[in-house]
Design a protein around this ligand. Structure first.
Ligand code: APR
Length: 252
């Protein structure tokens, strides 16, 4: 049985609900970039060139060995620069056009949602395409691949770091405020391609649910969120999201 037939009843019910509401929030994780050829963090093959994110994506690792951390990020930037958004990313662009108030919250730092054409994107873990000076704090976009290692601040010569949120660091307060507002007002929230284990993003769906949102999960595997979701669509983002948008278009 093909995926459309397998998911048909859930796709119909979820698209009917999406047709009736105004405010939709989507949360994505590394799983939606997987079909673009970018490894996830915790799935099979989730090692980033034999490194665990917990070992390198930390302020302590950067202080201890900035060259190793930059080698790892430069390798990821190279990989991501060769990746393309896929049908799942593009389906979210279509969904944004079809829904009156749409907010896309992503844990991914790869920028693929913006490259696909998504407009309202909240990057809660920052961007791998931005660098921040550890001395003067200047943040700017830097898309050089490869980067000169170690990259230095053009303004003050200080050591640059990736402008991403590392383990143990807090999210940007402005971004978090926008996330809270979107979750409080959400009527439907789609959770796509996240293992729902890294806080605070892992709690976003529960916050939305507390405000009355209906939850839908798109993931080939079950997660800690699956049992509290109103709609469960087992499958890959690149397969399921286009089917959902197609079902919604048929409802219109
Ligand atoms: N489509 C949808 N989901 C998929 C696909 C796919 N094609 N392939 C894998 N997945 C799912 C996996 O089943 C898993 O649940 O994507 C999820 C990936 O989980 P993680 O690798 O833990 O990624 P994520 O949840 O985004 O990690 C959160 O942890 O390392 C930090 O900052 C990093 O943002 C990251 C955060």
């Amino acid at each position: 049985m093909d995926k459309k037939a397998e998911l048909h009843p859930v796709l119909v019910n979820l698209s009917r609900l999406l047709q009736q509401v105004e405010r939709v929030v989507v949360l994505t994780g590394a799983g939606i970039s997987h079909e673009s050829g970018i490894p996830t963090f915790r799935g099979p093959g989730g090692l980033w060139r034999n490194f665990r994110p917990e070992d390198l994506a930390t302020p302590q690792a950067f202080a201890r060995d900035p060259h190793l951390v930059w080698e790892w990020y430069d390798w990821r930037r190279g990989l991501i620069s060769r990746a393309e958004p896929h049908a799942g990313h593009r389906a979210l662009v279509r969904l944004e056009e079809m829904v009156p108030e749409f907010t896309l919250i992503t844990q991914n730092v790869d920028g693929l949602h913006a490259r696909a054409g998504s407009r309202r994107v909240l990057e809660v873990h920052g961007s791998i395409w931005e660098v921040r000076c550890t001395a003067c704090g200047l943040v700017r976009e830097d898309r050089r691949v490869p980067l000169p290692l170690l990259p230095r601040c053009q303004a003050c010569g200080g050591l640059l770091r990736p402008n991403v949120v590392w383990f143990g660091e807090s999210l940007d307060s402005g971004v978090l405020e926008a996330v809270h507002l979107a979750l409080k007002q959400a009527q439907v929230m789609l959770v796509v391609g996240t293992s729902a284990v890294v806080q605070p993003a892992a709690s976003f769906a529960l916050w939305a649910r507390q405000s009355g949102a209906k939850l839908a999960e798109i993931n080939p595997d079950p997660t800690p969120l699956t049992s509290v979701c109103d709609f469960v669509l087992p499958g890959k983002a690149g397969e399921v999201l286009p089917l959902l948008v197609e079902a919604l278009a048929e409802e219109a």
